[in-house]
Design a protein around this ligand. Structure first.
Ligand code: COA
Length: 317
């Protein structure tokens, strides 16, 4: 016994920022961003918090799943940009959808949603709960340095959610961490302690783009091969690949190295940019909404990012 997905949902805030808009803010161009990253436009939140966006994605997933707030037994949310550390994003969602179940966040940057999903599976398999609301939600515009062209052109805001329940469709999974801050780092707020003796950190995303790129390509390939083997299937049997949307060139390399055609990779980075923990559930929900997912299809999910971390799983739709 494992899980099956009952419903998915996603939400992005209304304000859009094009590459030309960004070229007014930093020394960049539409041509560079489109070719090197694959983003044309991203959404940025002016007032909505990560949990506000999470609520909207969650309600959509619940409607599709045909479940009400009383039917939800557990809420797990992944975010590196909660507006408040306490309550958690999941705690805010619980309040706003009117649920009364336990709710908590997990934090593993861009791999966060798949870590949350794997945690949900463990609760369901132990028989502790039946229906779990799993969410990835980010307001990355809050932690982006808008004067740094190396990072500000990449990220966007949004949320994605899925309602999962007991089933037999989670065929295999892995989660991975290699702790360290040399490649990717997001410092937390240092506060105003008069006793603080560390060097103050810039409270923005720091990323060594090329090292992250190499890690991403090698991990997508390795992780998908590993979960495919564990599921007892071949790469050729995969119908859809939903990876973290970080750079279109990462997806191109992964497609070539795995020998899985590009058409099987779902791509929406052009519309939303990199939305970290929201990226995979947003892509899954958008693929689901497109009607291209058929019952019995084999879907490979894969994510990578800060931590460093990565995660992957195989789901039979
Ligand atoms: N606009 C124009 N030029 C830019 C630019 C921008 N926004 N950002 C960087 N450049 C310039 C650099 O200054 C450099 O110029 P130089 O050759 O004169 O020194 C040149 O473009 C190449 O920079 P480089 O950093 O080598 O670019 P890249 O091809 O590696 O692309 C990233 C940079 C960040 C897009 C890419 O490395 C990447 O996507 N990495 C992975 C990110 C990721 O997966 N994140 C997920 C975890 S959050």
């Amino acid at each position: 016994m494992s899980i099956k997905v009952l419903g998915t949902g996603y939400y992005v805030p209304p304000k859009t920022l094009t590459n030309d808009d960004l070229a007014q803010m930093v020394d960049t161009s539409d041509e560079w961003i489109t070719q090197r990253v694959g983003v044309s436009v991203r959404h940025v939140s002016e007032t909505e918090t990560a949990s506000d966006m999470a609520v909207k994605a969650a309600l959509q997933a619940m409607e599709q799943a045909g479940v009400s707030a009383e039917d939800i037994d557990l809420i797990i949310s992944a975010s590196i940009t909660p507006e408040t550390l306490c309550p958690t994003v999941a705690g805010w969602v619980q309040k706003h959808i009117g649920a009364s179940c336990p709710a908590f966040d997990v934090s593993s940057a861009c791999s966060g949603f798949l870590f949350a999903l794997d945690t949900a599976v463990s609760y369901i398999v132990r028989g502790k709960v039946k229906n779990v609301l799993v969410i990835g939600a980010e307001r990355l515009s809050k932690i982006v340095d808008w004067t740094d062209r190396n990072t500000c052109v990449i990220f966007g805001d949004g949320a994605g959610a899925a309602v999962v329940t007991a089933g037999d469709n989670y065929l295999s999974s892995l989660i991975y961490t290699a702790g360290g801050d040399e490649v990717l780092k997001i410092p937390s707020h240092a506060g105003n302690s008069p006793f603080y003796k560390n060097e103050p950190d810039r409270p923005y995303i720091f990323m060594d783009g090329q090292e992250t790129f190499k890690f991403a390509v090698s991990k997508i390939v390795k992780d998908i091969k590993e979960v495919t083997e564990e599921a007892g299937i071949t790469l050729g049997q995969i119908d859809h690949v939903v990876t973290h949307q970080a750079n279109i060139r990462i997806i191109d390399y992964a497609s070539k190295r795995l020998g899985i055609s590009k058409e099987k990779f779902f791509v929406n980075i052009d519309k939303y940019g990199n939305t970290s923990a929201a990226s995979v559930p947003m892509a899954l929900a958008e693929l689901n909404a497109s009607g291209r997912l058929k019952r019995g299809d084999i879907v490979a999910l894969s994510a990578f990012g800060g931590g460093l971390s990565s995660a992957a799983c195989i789901i039979k739709w």
